[in-house]
Design a protein around this ligand. Structure first.
Ligand code: IPE
Ligand code: IPE
Ligand code: MG
Length: 247
């Protein structure tokens, strides 16, 4: 059960990394160049999150809808993911980062699937920053996959219909072992969720920044964190200041 509280460093920050294409276009570069630059931002953000004391950092890297992009772009993004895991895994491991991947795993190329599993396996002993990569992720797809498994458990008798509750549903989601995001940031000026963490975002604070993802510097990140600190999270209760005044 959540209660009204004043906000400090968010335990879980989730980021919709958007704007690589527009960043590239503004410079007369290919969209691929934007994605390449975006990976550098991602590395910096992982470092900054760790330094700031964030415990869970979820990054939306590729959505279940992004497969509809031109084949060339999808191919480039797959290549980037593979390179990122191959090159950065050892460093993440040594920096005590624990990697977890959320998203659908059916129909993924076997080499990609193997790398995702390797990233999780290789870092599972770590207890520092939890880096959650949302890959082939769509919240509706996640909820549909969870519902399918829940229905199968009811059919087999492993779960009783009267035992279905919010916590039970959460336990079937990809994020079963991850707390709900406290703060969701989206870059590039867009103000939508694009099918990201729909269930988990119930009481998240949203910060939308105008910077395109390749321009999402450490300062921009810190600004988003301090905006979060000024929010009064009530979770349906009353202002925390009033709670203090009347207690
Ligand atoms: C985000 O940047 C990266 C992914 C969605 C993979 P975009 O590629 O969406 O960039 P814009 O929105 O076209 O500028
Ligand atoms: C959301 O960005 C997905 C990721 C950041 C991976 P999109 O660029 O795909 O979202 P829309 O199409 O603008 O809603
Ligand atoms: Mg976009």
């Amino acid at each position: 059960m959540q209660s009204a509280s004043t906000t400090n460093t968010p335990q879980h920050v989730a980021i919709i990394m958007d704007g690589n294409g527009r960043w590239a276009k503004a410079r007369g570069l290919s969209r691929s160049a934007g994605h390449q630059k975006g990976v550098e931002t991602l590395r910096q953000v992982v470092r900054t999150a760790g330094e700031a004391g964030v415990q869970y950092l979820t990054l939306f890297a590729f959505s279940s809808e992004n497969w509809s992009r031109p084949q060339e772009e999808v191919g480039f993004l797959m290549g980037l993911l593979k390179k990122f895991i191959k090159r950065d895994l050892a460093e993440l491991r040594s920096e005590n980062v624990r990697v977890k991947i959320i998203g659908g795993r059916e129909n993924l190329q076997s080499d990609i699937l193997d790398l995702l599993i390797e990233a999780e396996e290789n870092t599972k002993q770590n207890n520092g920053l939890n880096l959650v990569i949302a890959f082939n992720y769509g919240a509706r797809d996640e909820i549909a996959r969870a519902t399918k498994r829940l229905a199968a458990d009811i059919k087999s008798g492993a779960l009783l219909p009267e035992d279905v509750c919010e916590a039970k549903i959460s336990s079937y989601l990809d994020t079963s072992d991850i707390p709900d995001p406290d703060l969701i940031i989206r870059s590039s000026g867009e103000q939508r969720l694009s099918n990201f963490l729909l269930w988990q975002a119930a009481y998240a604070e949203f910060v939308f920044v105008d910077e395109l993802w390749p321009d999402f510097t450490k300062d921009v990140f810190h600004r988003a964190l301090s905006t979060y600190c000024q929010r009064d999270r009530r979770f349906g209760g009353v202002e925390s200041a009033k709670l203090i005044a009347t207690s």
